[in-house]
Design a protein around this ligand. Sequence first.
Ligand code: SF4
Length: 402
Amino acid sequence: METTNLNNRELYRLPWTLPDNAISWLEPTAMCNLACDGCYRENEKNSHKTFEEVKRELDIFQKYRNTDCISIAGGDPLLYPYIIDLVKEIKTRGLKPIVNTNGKALTKELLLELKKAGVYGFTFHVDSKQGRPGEWRGKNELELNELRLHYAQMLADAGNIACSFNSTVYEDTLQFVPGMVEWAAKHIDIVQTMVFIAFRHVVPQMPFDWYAGGQKIDWQNIMYHSDTQRKVDILSTDVLAKIREKFPDFTPCAYLNGTEKADSYKWLLTERVGTRNKIYGYVGPRFMEIIMAGHHLFKGTYLSYASPKLTRKGRSTVLLLSAFDKGVRKAAKEMLKNPFRLFKKAHMQSIMFIQPVDFMPGGEQSMCDGCPDITVWNGELVWSCRLEEQKRFGAFLRSVPK
Ligand code: SF4
């Protein structure tokens, strides 16, 4: 379906690598209070790690990896009994604690405690295939914007906490993505990031046999599998094409390639600037290069999440950087069409697409080159999206053409 004519060499390749990355992924628990269709973690009761164990994992990250933030994930980390201490610990180590949650266990009181402990941001996973109970049961992606707004407003009321949303994109929910992007634009002042993750599963139509070392594995024993045929090859460019049907100007600026394919967009980043009423434009690759290199130069890490205090400086950013970046120049021109806009705050907002593991015809599995969501397993850094293979089989599985 791809119709985007994207050229990877015209985009900025995010400079993230195994030892030097914006993000690292910590899982203090595998327990969850929802059951998302696309989840790649087995929901395990009594799976809380001890606080000592989690601290050892942080030591491993800090030994091997220059990192800007720690995504505290799971399971749902709000169920972890030492979550407040963990946020404090991460903050004390000079890293940004980001809580990746479905939001269900978040109360105002807990939020204030987390804020006091130093939480930098939240990523809320909200989509229509999470089996949310009560009033959210059966709601589609657009109807769930009301829930997203509830969380965004909670963070805005608490003050200066970065707000992101994640949604898995399935064949039948792709149609809603433009509406979600439109919703995010209307709340650009309180929503800093939207992330769309293409659904992946092992499905019967895959022409592979599976091996852990020399041992053949039944594909139905792989945790992330579906027994029926489903579409598992939605590309970032498919999501982009869908968005462009409604917003033809929507333009990505940066990407991460696949380990097996230079021109695959495993992470595809779009950064836009505007107000609740108007998007002025989309920044280009030079803008992102300046931000990443500048942050690394002055702070020693590549930037992950930006605080609302920073993202609301869209107006000065546009004016300052327009000399260096064509996209920013275009946005500045649009902004200056109406001089009154100079007195209005403008905001920056990131829209990210993630395209997890892709299977090559020869059986190679193309991962995100410079995986930001790498986690710790047995003292080693491993892909969090495939951790369940290590847990069940003691190895990453090889897919061998039949
Ligand atoms: S390789 Fe897997 S864990 Fe790493 S960023 Fe890609 S999808 Fe996430």
